[in-house]
Every structure is written in C-alpha cells, then in structure tokens.
Design a protein around this ligand. Structure first.
Ligand SMILES: O=P(O)(O)OC[C@H]1O[C@@H](O)[C@H](O)[C@@H](O)[C@@H]1O
Length: 319
C-alpha cells in the first residue's frame, strides 16, 4: 500500500458523480488499480462492482428497468425495514424504492477506519407522507467503500431518532454474477437450520456438505457464520462474503419456471446469477429511542484454482 499516499487517494479523490437514464445521481468509486463500484441514489443500490481487469462481479438483468420508484433487478439492493412479504409493507420494504441523499461531509464511522479507500455515504430519512405508512422516525446511513484490493464494503447504520421503540428486518440482497449456476458451490452453510421459503418457511436442516444448484432455491439460513464462500469453478473465481451484525444468510435462485414469470428477468438468466444475502430476518432488530444498529457486508472476489482457493479462504479465516 505504501506508495499510495492517503493525501493522494482519499475518499473524495476516487469519486465521480454521474447520472442514470432518469437523471438520478450515481456515485462512481474508483481505486488506483482500476477497480470500481457504482452506487445509485435510487434505492441506495450498488449497481456495479468491477475488479481491476474491468470484469463485472455483480449480476444485472438485461431486462432490468431503471424506472423510479421500481428497484432495478440486480446489483445489491437494500431491503429495509421488511424482508419478503412478511409485513404490512411492499415486498422487501421501501428503502430500495426511495431516492436517497448523498452526505457531502460524512462523519468518520470509527477511529480505526483508514482513509485509503474511496467511499460515499448515502442517507435515507422518512418524509411526513411516509410516516403515515410506517410511523417510525429513523435515519439510515449507508456507507459504500472500495479498498485498494478491490474489496467492497457496505456499512448500514439505523438510528432511532425519537419517539417509540421500533423493529425492523434488514438484508443486503446481493446478485452475484456466475459463469453457470451448475458450476457453483456455496460453502459455510452446511449443517445449519434454514427456513424454506418455497414451503411456507418450514424449518429444515441442511444435510449437504456444500450447496449446489439443480432447481429453484429460496432459503433463509439461520445463525450463519461470519464468512460464506461462493466458488465458481468455471470462472475460477471465489466470492468471499463476510458479515457483521447480520446473523442470517438468504440463498436465492429463481430457476427456469419462476424466471419466465418475472417481467424484468430473462428466461435463461437464472443460469448466470446467484443471490447470497447477509441479513437479519429471523429475529427483528429492536431500537429504543436514540439507539443505533450497525450491519456490515464485505465482499471480496479472489481468483481460485483447486488448491489455491483453499489458501485464499484460509487467509480470510474461513477455515
Ligand atoms: O422480486 P423481488 O421482490 O426482488 O424478490 C426476489 C426474491 O428475493 C429473495 O431474496 C427472496 O428470498 C425471494 O423470495 C424473492 O422472490
């Protein structure tokens, strides 16, 4: 890291503001090695994450619509304050459909945080109109940062501004780009209990050594470990997904039949994506007035070969 002086590469130096097709601001984060990430004020959604070779690591559907207020199919969506359809709000809550605001003078989140990353802070607060539907005063601060190694970190802080205690669920709905779903294996979820969302959230226990995919899957793994790995053999790439404050992991692939029923998703696109979401779903988070919650997701994409990925995962503390 030595020769990238903090003064040359601070969080502002690596930032560019662009507009999307609807004129809504997007923030492009870049690092000196050529990796990048793009975050939209529409939904606070990460719409792109590229490595230093310019390869896109997140999936976006070719049929995705970029029309406010509908969220875009792909990237990383913020699901808050509801996950799925269990609640009074629209599926996955309202955060992914709102226009967020960029904080021009973001505070330091903690003293240990290095400036040698480019980052942006987006804010979401309820309007008077929104308080009629969900009467809780909150501030949601999302920090998206990109390091010199191309690691992408999303840190969300929810604060109860005043009033009464409230509860919420949260998920980083993360669409990973994969070569072919039949070549993919997820490690770290073996032996865990999960809710099967395809059979009325029935509680089951994972029996397989590693997850592989042959049909539709929609599961919430409970009390999952801090690190989960998604291995893509054909592309020789391993995604390492690390999380804090997010006890659950959702794994979703719509497969053929559901893909055909989704208007903003191609019939065959289920082959090239997999959603693995760090989440807090089983136990709602409760905040008393003035309290704050933090949930963090760190994504790394490493080159893997049969032996090498063992070493990489080891160095990440996976084994
Ligand atoms: O179509 P949406 O609202 O973006 O949701 C997509 C999927 O998101 C997943 O996280 C859920 O587990 C699935 O049940 C859901 O179908």
């Amino acid at each position: 890291m030595g020769h990238y002086a903090a003064a040359v590469w601070d969080h502002k130096a690596g930032i560019e503001i662009t507009k999307d097709w609807n004129g809504i601001d997007q923030v492009l984060l870049r690092n000196p090695r050529g990796a990048s990430a793009k975050v939209s004020l529409h939904g606070g959604q990460v719409v792109s994450w590229r490595n230093d070779k310019g390869e896109e690591l997140l999936f976006t559907s070719n049929k995705a619509t970029f029309k406010h207020p509908k969220s875009m199919r792909g990237g990383i969506q913020i699901c808050y304050p509801q996950f799925g359809d269990c609640g009074i709000l629209d599926q996955h809550g309202f955060a992914r459909n709102k226009i967020w605001v960029m904080d021009e003078n973001p505070p330091p989140l903690n003293s240990k945080e290095s400036l040698e990353k480019s980052f942006v802070d987006l804010l979401l607060k309820p309007s008077e109109e929104e308080l009629k539907h969900w009467p809780h005063s909150y501030e949601l601060r999302l920090r998206v940062s990109l390091t010199i190694d191309g690691e992408l970190t999303l840190t969300s802080r929810v604060r109860n501004i005043n009033g009464k205690p409230f509860c919420f669920l949260f998920a980083y709905h993360t669409y990973l780009s994969v070569s072919d779903i039949s070549e993919v294996r997820v490690e770290g979820l073996e032996t865990l209990d999960y809710l099967d969302n395809l059979s009325k959230r029935e509680l089951l226990t994972e029996q397989c050594d590693a997850l592989t995919f042959e049909s539709e899957m929609d599961r919430t793994y409970l009390g999952s470990p801090k690190v989960v790995a998604v291995l893509d053999h054909e592309r020789k790439r391993t995604y390492v997904i690390e999380k804090d404050g997010l006890p659950d992991t959702v794994v979703w692939n719509p497969w053929e039949k559901k893909a055909k029923s989704m208007v903003d998703f191609g019939d065959e696109e289920y082959r090239s994506m997999l959603c693995v979401d760090g989440a807090a779903i089983e136990r709602p988070i409760t905040l008393k007035p003035g309290e704050e919650w933090t949930g963090r997701l760190m994504l790394t994409a490493v080159r893997s070969s049969f032996c090498f990925d063992q070493l990489e995962l080891q160095s990440k503390g996976f084994f």
